[in-house]
Design a protein around this ligand. Structure first.
Ligand code: KIV
Ligand code: NA
Length: 275
């Protein structure tokens, strides 16, 4: 099977074939997603999805590396993009390059980082080191404290114009693609139209070059509140819990394990150990 590369994504945009991206955090989720999608993101959403945090801010480079390693070991055909966690690209160019370069050495093909104008210098530095960068604008979860919650961005004229300007700057700085999260559909459509690089939307309407959703959201594995932009294609949480409870009931009633799930002694030995 042919591996998905960055030029393939650019071709998708030019030929108007929509790009499909989801997250994976370990070998199981990567193996399920890999034959289906174009891009696998090792998202810092691992913090809330898998590690029990309320937001992505506590996610460290060590945590990201741990999960990236598990995904990379599957030798996926999809393009692997690793998310730069909070504070991994803010403290200086050298540390940023070391963190992002480390992701590539561990098997990622690219990194993603949140933010616009303020992050251009870091984006340029990474691109100068042959580290491909995916941008991320709009509802950037690492800005939760500044935004005052997870709220749709770019609804006011100045915010919308700033987002378009940021998008242009990220493209100029060398980003190969751009995630647009939690923005009005018309704004994402406008950015997709004037940018030459592909846009990948999440809560950004249908007129992007591709779409991304968190793996656990697509499969209904997350409990409780579902954001408006999520469509769950399975009720995974209930489905898995129902199967697990049937096994538990079989254990409690003595129906599991049965003869098919048990090993037997060779002919004659049963009598020997009985005496
Ligand atoms: O961490 C993540 O899962 C993301 C995607 C939702 C874009 O950044
Ligand atoms: Na993220």
């Amino acid at each position: 099977v042919e591996r998905v590369t960055i030029p393939v994504l650019q071709q998708c945009k030019e030929e108007r074939r929509r790009i499909v991206m989801t997250t994976a955090y370990d070998a199981v989720t990567a193996r399920i997603a890999d034959p289906i999608v174009d891009v696998i993101l090792i998202g810092d959403s691992v913090g809330n999805v898998c590690l029990g945090f309320d937001n992505t801010l506590p996610v460290s480079m060590a945590m990201m590396n741990h999960h990236l390693d598990a995904v990379a070991r599957t030798r996926a055909r999809a393009l692997l993009v690793a998310d730069m966690p909070f504070l991994s690209f803010h403290l200086g160019i050298e540390e940023t390059i070391r963190n992002a370069g480390g992701f590539l050495q561990r098997g990622a093909a690219a990194v993603k980082l949140e933010g616009g104008a303020k992050r251009i210098e870091m984006v340029r530095a990474l691109v100068d080191c042959e580290i491909p960068v995916m941008g991320h604008l709009g509802l950037t979860p690492q800005s939760v404290n500044v935004m005052g919650g997870f709220k749709v961005q770019g609804r006011k004229a100045d915010d919308a114009l700033r987002l378009l300007d940021d998008a242009h700057r990220l493209q100029e700085a060398g980003c190969f693609a751009l995630v647009l999260e939690g923005v009005p559909a018309e704004l994402a459509a406008r950015a997709t139209e004037f940018l030459t690089i592909p846009t990948i939307g999440i809560g950004a309407g249908p007129n992007c070059s591709g779409q991304v959703l968190v793996f656990h959201d697509v499969l209904g594995l997350t409990e409780g509140h579902r954001p408006k932009f999520v469509r769950a294609y399975a009720e995974g949480f209930q489905l898995l819990q129902e199967a697990l409870s049937r096994w538990a009931a079989d254990v409690r009633s003595g129906v599991f394990p049965g003869p098919k799930e048990s090993y037997r002694l060779p002919e004659g030995l049963a009598e020997t150990i009985a005496t």
